[in-house]
Ligand binder design. Structure first.
Ligand SMILES: Cc1cc2nc3c(=O)[nH]c(=O)nc-3n(C[C@H](O)[C@H](O)[C@H](O)COP(=O)(O)OP(=O)(O)OC[C@H]3O[C@@H](n4cnc5c(N)ncnc54)[C@H](O)[C@@H]3O)c2cc1C
Length: 388
């Protein structure tokens, strides 16, 4: 049997490792468009950008695991009938195929080459070289990546401004009141934050806003989101959802019994949340990979995780477990923890510098536990003791 995994990021690498761990002994090829040895992305906006680490390569002995790394080679199209991936260096046949091509960053219309994106190791090293003390840095987007990039730019002594089109930071991901709370973090770090400020263009030395303002910039970083990197699947018959993610089923199969999809490139139906989820976070790439390996080897495992992610910004650790649903009952637990309940069952928990609440909340969501909202709102009561 031959397994081909397209995409040598977290999801692809972990699928390969999990296949070996779960006993697969056949041919295993990991195809990756980037020429670098496979690496982890979260450190790119943290230690690598800061210069505390030179790289974030996975410490995995691929030879030892008999995983064939086929790097610097891009999949261009897919013929599911012939079971062949067409690449820029010939065809690659498979018996089982795993789609793990991740996501690509969104650029602003007409964005010049001089502006930086932050998705790859090359992006991080190029940006790092530009973040010199005193440089005027404008970060477009106050989402997760923008906030982390601004944190590092400031730590490196850059004059940093963040420009956000929405009324508050993290607007796409979290309720506005939480995003508003992070405004004080920007101020404390000495980062200027301009919200409700849409960019109309970027020129060599400035970022221009739609209201006519012009912000001088030596370095511009654009962090306005990422989209599933699935253009190469056009015409293949592999189902995509309305946001361009591979539409996987509950077992992460992608339209055909021998094809799977995992990580940032895929969405899946969650019975737990009663809706389709597309999760662009590290833990999803890890957990999903294990489920793909199990099902590829004949298992019947449904993928229904409690999504989890973290972000390190302005000296704070923000963590979220679960999926935040606008209609759920929101319960504040002191200053630093927010809970979302539906019929008293915990759906999601957000914490700032409160790892214990996060860990306990995550387990309670997994267990489908019911909470007593009054007890849960009291930070003096351990969350795990707040069950109804
Ligand atoms: C800077 C940064 C910081 C992050 N920080 C955090 C964090 O703090 N916490 C958190 O939870 N998550 C974080 N994330 C998100 C997390 O890293 C991603 O969710 C995770 O990398 C997804 O893994 P993946 O394998 O699905 O996709 P990717 O890591 O994007 O890997 C996909 C790989 O496929 C390759 N590829 C794409 N198309 C093709 C093709 N046609 N042929 C061959 N290869 C192809 C790409 O080159 C890429 O290497 C961060 C992401 C970034 C970019």
């Amino acid at each position: 049997m031959a397994v081909v995994i397209v995409g040598a990021g977290m999801a692809g690498v972990q699928t390969a490792v999990a296949l070996r761990e779960q006993g697969y002994a056949g041919t295993l090829t990991l195809l990756g468009a980037e020429a670098h040895p496979p690496y982890d992305r979260p450190p790119l906006s943290k230690d690598v950008l800061l210069g505390r680490a030179e790289h974030s390569r996975f410490e995995i002995d691929f030879d030892e695991l008999d995983i064939r790394l086929d790097l610097g080679r891009r999949a261009l199209s897919l013929d599911v009938e012939a079971r062949a991936v067409k690449t820029d260096d010939g065809d690659l046949g498979y018996d089982h195929l795993v789609l793990a091509t991740g996501a690509a960053p969104v650029a602003l219309p007409g964005q010049p080459d001089s502006a930086f994106l932050l998705r790859t190791q090359d992006d991080a090293l190029a940006l790092r070289a530009a973040l010199r003390p005193g440089a005027r840095v404008v970060v477009v987007g106050a989402g997760w990546i923008g906030a982390e990039a601004a944190t590092v730019a400031r730590q490196l002594g850059c004059e940093t401004t963040v420009v956000e089109a929405a009324a508050s930071p993290l607007a796409g991901a979290l309720p506005a009141e939480f995003g508003e709370r992070t405004r004080a973090w920007y101020a404390a770090a000495g980062v200027e934050l301009l919200t409700a400020s849409a960019v109309s263009g970027i020129t060599a030395r400035a970022v221009h806003l739609t209201d006519g303002r012009e912000i001088a910039a030596d370095v511009v970083v654009v962090g306005i989101g990422a989209r599933p990197d699935n253009a190469w699947l056009a015409g293949s018959g592999i189902p995509l959802d309305d946001r361009g993610a591979v539409r996987a089923d509950a077992r992460l199969r992608a339209g055909r019994p021998e094809v799977f999809a995992v990580g940032d490139c895929a969405s899946f139906p969650s019975a737990r949340y009663g809706r389709r989820l597309a999760v662009h976070h590290w833990d999803n790439a890890l957990q999903g990979a294990r489920v793909v390996a199990a099902n590829l080897l004949g298992g019947e495992v449904d993928y229904d995780p409690v999504p989890y992610f973290w972000s390190e910004q302005f000296g704070h650790m923000v963590q979220v477990a679960g999926s935040i649903d606008a209609g759920a009952q929101q319960v504040a637990r002191g200053e630093d923890t927010v809970l979302w309940l539906r019929e008293d069952r915990l759906q999601a928990v957000l914490t700032v510098d409160k790892p214990r609440d996060l860990a306990q909340g995550r387990k309670l969501i997994e267990a489908g536990a019911r909470l007593d909202p009054e007890k849960a709102a009291d930070p003096a009561t351990a969350l795990k003791a707040a069950t109804a």
